[in-house]
Design a protein around this ligand. Sequence first.
Ligand code: ADP
Ligand code: GLC
Length: 488
Amino acid sequence: MSRILFATSEAYPLIKTGGLADVAGSLPRALLGLKQEVRLILPAYPEARARMGKARTIASFELDSHQLNLLQGRLPGARVTTWLLDCPVFFDRPGNPYLNEQGQVWPDNAERFALFSKAVSLIAQGKAGIDWRADLVHCNDWQTALVPALLDQESRRPATLFTIHNLAYQGLFDQATFTKLGLPAHLWHHEALEFHHQLSFIKGGLVFADSISTVSPSYAKEILRPEFAYGLDGLLRHRRQVLSGIINGIDTNEWNPGTDPRLQQNYNRRTLAKKIIYKTALQQHFKLAEAPDTLLFGFIGRLVEQKGLNDILASLPAILKTPVQFVFLGSGQQEYEQALRELAAQYPDKVAVQIGYSEDLSHRIEAGADAFLMPSTFEPCGLNQLYSLRYGALPVVRKVGGLNDTVIDSTRENLENDSATGIVFTGTAGDDLLDALQRTQKLYTNKAQWKQVQLAAMRQDFSWRRSAQAYLDLYQTSLKRNPKPLLT
Ligand code: ADP
Ligand code: GLC
């Protein structure tokens, strides 16, 4: 048994902006099931505090002239001991963990997450007045990436694992910010936190962690190449011996059409015919033509370039000449929100858009859609295609990252041996997606084959069982890699 401190900037259901929250809300629970002593730690945002319910202060300490409190409670619906780091000036605000209510980044994000990282490293070492210390700290994305760098300054320390959920977000700030944060001066170096005259938070994890992981085996290979690495491929190749990929699991309590409380009538492989209820409901909700036999695509996600919005906007006008429907749920860059709204205005009975965030509707889209559109340009893992497989909404994905590792194309051969689970395409030209959409239409016209692929998709097991065990093995390896282990 190991004592694991799992540090994150978001965790479902306390607070969520994307897939990191889904992972942080379900992996610790799976680790608990594997008999590990896990503590989940995140900042005490107002929403997280309210959702955690009962909590008590277990430590109070001063750090960089801020008075901090550590609140202990439980992750709702799980037995995971959860710590919220309370520092009102930094975390008690409206908006989300990274943006204000107008969607602009908080100007003091460097200070906020540097303080969080400093606190995590003190807590991990048992230096914050709590009678607990970690054997290993599992850090996630740039917001917690300074932890391995800070711990490495100590003569003895817990082991560290840094997981890259998305290399596109690095936490880059100017040199004056580095000075303001009061980090050890020698860390301003290109072999430490400096990246082309800027402070790079993510380098703290990439340079100093005992192990680095990312959320799929394919992405672990892709980021060694310049096209996927934003200038960090050299460093990652240098550390490739300690870099690996573990595919994300999904929380099957939350995402299971057989038990989903958001669906009045649950369905499974044997009662797949019930999916039509949700298709009709979706067409009604979005005020689309109620057409049971028209292929309906769903999309849920952040409206950013990564999610393939340019290709979607380029290829939809052509496919919309045929009988087909699309529903979009998402928010993000204004130009994409606007372009989707315009498309919906132009094709009112074929395209519908809901700008915003809705956990409830996202489940109902997975249940009601025939196919799920996810042509991301890169995708470290991706969770929506996994939810789609389980709900029998066939994912249409580009062959990148986790999409490549989880969806099996409906080629003739794969159809024959019953392994096909979706439509996978390669290439980056607008026509490549169009071609995939047309292939999906063709498959849909063959009802028997479509059902066969749906059943194969729903049979896939992406629960945490295997992946949590893989993390456990990686924790053990990281403990061995730690050059300055704690005395036991
Ligand atoms: P990423 O983390 O890059 O955004 P993932 O596929 O890993 O992509 O995870 C996205 C998660 O966020 C999924 O659980 C998805 O359902 C959810 N999500 C994204 N946008 C919305 C939205 N507008 N409404 C509800 N859920 C959303
Ligand atoms: C990131 C990635 C996504 C991944 C998620 C959780 O947000 O963009 O692909 O599934 O993290 O690991």
